[in-house]
Design a protein around this ligand. Structure first.
Ligand SMILES: Nc1ncnc2c1ncn2[C@@H]1O[C@H](COP(=O)(O)OP(=O)(O)OP(=O)(O)O)[C@@H](O)[C@H]1O
Length: 242
């Protein structure tokens, strides 16, 4: 990915298997968010390609990529702040709803059946995060940690094959972070999805990821298991400045 004179991501090559939990780490400005932006269609890579479950999604629009099965959260929370918690999730769930515009306008039988199902399933997403009591709260009135969780619940409601989380624990205290990490494991298994996670906190990534990719200045400097990464001299140099 080239931004004018800056090659923000260079020769980045990674394959992620179904059901894997992979961490993407690197210092500030290394290119992590740019990679997410390419994977989700926010940016079109200036070179190279992206394949999702056998489909070439390079250059596709974000909404098309969601339909192919990729969902994400953002480093800076991006909720529909003036909508309720449940409505935030229903918006993400709308691809699963099966009634026509006319049925919506005339409120036919199928409309009510589908809306009821949507309400129930969206509440189920909230239950995973222990947030069903907040269903009717405006998103902007949620405490910060719960806003982060709502973003994950909303991404899950698009029924993704791969969920990409951009610093999901940013701003959380250690207890909240620990709980979130357990929840991430839980949803990976419950929904049988693949997770790619950006996180600054090395210990945290080491604790939950099966495989880690480390980048610096847009280039991969190491790939491997947490133990391999921990002992990799290039990673130690980048993180500790040795
Ligand atoms: N739209 C853009 N136009 C120009 N340069 C950009 C753009 N987006 C990102 N960059 C640059 O690309 C590089 C990588 O940025 P990116 O945000 O991907 O890093 P990051 O690893 O996510 O950093 P952080 O951990 O601070 O979020 C930086 O030098 C950044 O300034």
């Amino acid at each position: 990915m080239q931004f004018g004179g800056l090659r923000a991501v260079d020769n980045f090559e990674v394959s992620i298997e179904e059901h894997e939990l992979v961490g993407l780490i690197g210092p500030n400005g290394a290119g992590k968010t740019t990679i997410f932006n390419m994977l989700t269609g926010v940016y079109t890579p200036t070179e190279g390609s992206i394949t999702l479950a056998g489909v070439d999604v390079t250059g596709k629009k974000p909404y098309e990529i969601v339909r192919h099965g990729a969902a994400r959260t953002f480093q800076n929370i991006r909720l529909f702040k003036d909508l309720t918690v449940i409505d935030n999730i229903k918006i993400a769930y709308h691809n699963e709803m099966n009634y026509s515009t006319l049925e919506g306008i005339f409120r036919g039988k199928r409309y009510w059946a589908e809306e009821k199902k949507a309400q129930q399933e969206c509440l189920d997403f909230l239950k995973i995060f222990d947030m069903e009591d907040y269903a009717d709260t405006l998103a902007k009135n949620l405490p910060y940690g719960k806003q982060r969780k709502l973003e994950i619940a909303r991404a899950l409601a698009t029924n993704p094959k791969i969920l990409m989380l951009d610093e999901p624990a940013a701003g959380m205290n250690p207890q909240e972070t620990h709980e979130l990490m357990e929840t991430i494991h839980f949803i990976r298994d419950k929904f049988d999805i693949t997770i790619l996670l950006i996180e600054h906190d090395m210990n945290l990534v080491m604790g939950i990821c099966e495989r880690i990719v480390v980048i610096d200045y847009g280039k991969i400097i190491a790939k491997g298991t947490p133990d391999e990464i921990k002992n990799n001299p290039d990673v130690i140099r980048v993180y500790l400045g040795e």
